[in-house]
Every structure is written in C-alpha cells, then in structure tokens.
Design a protein around this ligand. Structure first.
Ligand code: CS2
Length: 486
C-alpha cells in the first residue's frame, strides 16, 4: 500500500477532504509543545482551515518525551488522516503541521525556532502533569526533577515550562517581542495557571526576568473539547482499508468539537473565530463547566466502569445503572455549582451523555483513568469543595473519588492486576499496600497526599462518605455500589 504523502493527495481527494491550499506556501507562525493525538484532532484541524487565507500560521510541533510522532509522520510529509466517527465516518487529511521536532534530541533547534520573530504563538497540550505543578494549589513544584534539571541547565531544558522560559529569555536578549503562550490543557484557569508557573520558573532563574515575564507575556485561557481515543492497530488497518493508503499514525475522533479562547494575543493571532472557535473575554465559566461536567463524569465513569470490568466508556453508559448515576451526578451535584447564564446546562448534560455513548469511538476507561492525581482536583474536588461550602450533597462525587482510591490499590474485582499509570504511582502503591483491606486506612493514607487533596483532607463529611463508599466497593463491587447510589 502506498504511504500517505504530498504525492498521494490527488488520488485521495475523492475519499477524503484534503488540503485545498498550497502547502509549499505555508510558513510557521505557531510552535506547539506536546503534539499528541488531542492537538492533532483539535487545534491542528482548526488551523488547517485557516491556511488558505493566512498561510503564515503553520504549526511546528514538538514532542517533549519521545520521538515517535516525528518518526511516524516525517516519512509522510507530516500529513495525517483525521477520521471523524459519528453515524458515518468522514476522513480529512490535515496539512497544518509542517514539521515535528523531538525535543529530547533537538532541543537547540526547537529553541531556535521558538526564538524566530515569525513565531507569535506557542501553544501547549502537555497534559496536566507536563506543567510540573502542585495540582491542589496550581503552584510550580520546585522540587520536581525536571524543574531542578531546568534550573541547573536552563539552556538545555526538558520541561515545557523550561522551554518557554529559555525561549522567552532568548527573545528578550535579542529584542524580539515575546510570543503569546496558549495552554490547551484541561487545567482550571489554564492561562492563569501557566502564567503563574512560567513566571515563577523565570523568577527562580532571575528575579527581574520573572517580573518581566509576568508583566509582558500574555497567557490567554482556553477551554478545549473533543474526545480523542488513543489510536490502535485496528484503526490503522481501518484507514488502510477505507482509503487505500498507509498512515503510520492516523487520529480517530468524534464529530463534536469546541474551543473557547480568551481574546488576548498582543502579538497577533489567526482569525480563529472564522473557523468555529469562540473568542471571549472570560473563559473561566466555560472551563469550569467542561471540567466539572464532562471530565468529572468521565473520570467517575472510568474508575467505576473499569472496576466493573468495562473496557469502553460507551459500554459503561449503555448500562442504565451507570447512566442514571452519572446523570444524577451531573444534575444534582455538578450543575448547581456552575454559573452559566444563557446556557442550557440540562441540554449540555444530555449532549455529553450522547457523546459518551458513541459506539464508534472505542474510548478506553483505562485511558481516562490515567494520571488521576493530576486530574481529580479540577474534575471532582473543586466541585466537592463548593458543595460542602453550600451544604449540598456530595455522595455521588465522593463515589467517583472513592472509585479512584479503590482503583489505585492496583487489584481489580476479579483479582487481576490494574496497571495504574500516574506520576505518583509509587507513593500510591505504598499507601495502598500499607492499608491492606482497611477502608479507613486507605482513605486516610490517600487523603494525606497533600498536593491532591489540600484542605479537603480534614473534612469529616467527605472522609466519612469516602470510607463508606470504599467499604461498599470492596464488599459488593462497583456496579452494585453505583446501583445503590443513583
Ligand atoms: C478525558 C479527556 O482522558 C481523559 O481524561 O477525560 O481527555 C476528554 O476526553 C477530553 O477532555 C474531551 O474534551
């Protein structure tokens, strides 16, 4: 089978939407750190639609950890297929990514590109843990190994904040205006959080420079939304069969896509609003709605569903017990904490349930269960804090957290091993091993992970609810526990 490349595009045009602009005229204007599946299904697809009219906004991507994306896409001119799976599948070939660098071996080249005056935006999808921060407070974790490294050798950084700081430093030295830093990760107030982290790292390097970053670099917040499961070999085969072309790393996604952007780009930006993004002055209410409704429900379904032996999110919500539970979690416990005048939250919730049910996506519960320590604060714990403050019930939200606690013990309901992926997995393991089958000890041990739970650790209502749920999860399993909690 022929490999996807510029040369193969004309033959593909009958089966897929291919770039209609002249790719040879596109120039880099954006550097994107963390070019994983999400970016390739989301921002890169928006930018792809802009390049016909504004070819100065092409993307140079960088992977901070592994060279695999670059290795897969370089032989195909960085083109890839985006398969949009709804009732039918639509194929697009995305051409907005011009190059991908492996930051581990090409850090100098990456920094040189980040210093070019033509680069006016540096965007990020490095996942929650890529910010090297304390998730409970949003502050830079100054003891993080990557941060310690980047402070010792600032000219050859390894972390996303380290690359931003060094590139901003070089631009300032050279008298080049700073780029705008746009986080596209699922963090609360992601712009403010990124600003805090990057300015702090800059200040640790040089106090005056830190103040300059805080005063001169724009960090707009964004709300990003599109469900993008990890690509499987079966997906690659399906693309081959449908399009007659070999793509080493196609991306699968759903039809829905949303991008809300705070309009603060002093160095200029593409006309994102012409390709479906919403430009607003305050993103925070949108972010909160999405994190608490979509992601809060997602994580709860992932832990509970995984424990109940369900591999995919669509399988979990196909079971009325789980569906009713998550409907109630959103309606009774998440929606009352949101302030979104003019938005029909009930309709938003129903649309989420429909998206979760998409049987074509194959979105694994295990994938969402990853990195719980980095995700729980903004997905469930902030909601719980607000509910406790207003005297509302928290039992369903707490069941989501309890399911995470049960999950990180590393043993599933049939005695099988759970591969717990989390930057704090070793610590979680020690706590779980020390607790044995004692729910109180497990809960207290995990609540003691201060960078996740913060002040919530001392709340008796929350603790009691967790202990009762963990006991039940052990005694009757996830499905029965959920059935009793609807
Ligand atoms: C998911 C998200 O993996 C996860 O934790 O909850 O990636 C989710 O699919 C996206 O945020 C949807 O926009």
């Amino acid at each position: 089978m022929q490999r996807l490349s510029t040369a193969s595009l004309p033959a593909l045009a009958d089966l897929a939407a291919v770039p209609t602009y002249d790719r040879s005229k596109v120039r880099p204007g954006i550097v994107h750190l963390g070019i994983g599946a999400f970016h390739r299904a989301h921002m890169a697809a928006y930018v792809d639609r802009l390049l016909g009219t504004t070819p100065e906004w092409g993307i140079v991507g960088a992977s901070l950890r592994r060279p695999d994306t670059s290795n897969a896409l370089a032989p195909q001119d960085f083109l890839y297929v985006l398969a949009v799976r709804g009732e039918t599948t639509e194929y697009q070939v995305i051409g907005s990514v011009l190059d991908i660098l492996d930051a581990t071996s090409e850090h100098e080249k990456l920094l040189e590109i980040m210093t070019l005056p033509a680069i006016r935006i540096v965007s990020l999808t490095v996942t929650e843990k890529g910010y090297c921060h304390d998730p409970a407070t949003g502050a830079l974790d100054e003891t993080h190994a990557d941060i310690v490294h980047d402070l010792a050798t600032p000219r050859a950084p390894v972390s996303a904040p380290g690359f931003l700081v060094e590139a901003l430093w070089r631009r300032r030295q050279a008298g080049i205006a700073p780029f705008t830093v746009m986080s596209c990760d699922n963090l609360p107030s992601n712009g403010v959080t990124t600003a805090r982290i990057v300015s702090r790292l800059a200040a640790l390097r040089d106090a005056e420079f830190g103040a300059w970053v805080a005063a001169n670099v724009a960090f707009p917040s964004t709300m990003v939304d599109r469900i993008v499961p990890a690509t499987t070999d079966a997906d690659r085969d399906a693309i081959g069969a449908a399009l007659g072309i070999e793509d080493a790393w196609p991306i699968m996604t759903e039809p829905f896509t949303q991008w809300v952007i705070e309009d603060r780009f002093p160095s200029g930006r593409p006309a994102f609003e012409t390709v479906g993004a919403q430009l607003v002055t305050d993103v925070e209410p949108f972010e909160k709605m999405k994190l608490r409704m979509l992601n809060g429900a997602h994580s709860s379904l992932a832990y509970l569903g995984y424990l109940a032996g369900k591999q995919y999110v669509s399988e979990v919500v196909a079971d009325p017990v789980f569906r009713d539970f998550v409907h109630a979690l959103m309606t009774e416990e998440a929606m009352p904490t949101l302030d979104m005048p003019g938005t029909d939250l009930g309709a938003y919730r129903d649309q989420l349930l429909q998206r979760f049910a998409n049987p074509e996506l194959g979105h694994r519960t295990w994938q969402i269960a990853m990195d719980g320590t980095q995700k729980l604060p903004q997905r469930l714990l902030g909601t719980i804090r607000d509910r406790l403050a207003s005297g509302g019930s928290i039992d369903r939200l707490a069941l989501g957290v309890a399911a995470w606690m049960r999950y990180v013990t590393g043993v599933d309901e049939s005695g099988g091993v759970i591969e717990v992926k989390d930057p704090l997995s070793a610590r979680l393991r020690t706590i779980a091993d020390g607790a044995g089958r004692d729910a109180g000890r497990l809960v207290d041990g995990l609540l003691g992970v201060g960078e996740v739970f913060g002040d919530l650790a001392g709340n008796a209502v929350f603790r009691d609810s967790l202990v009762a749920h963990v006991e039940r999860l052990w005694a009757v399993g996830a499905r029965e526990t959920v059935a009793g909690a609807r």
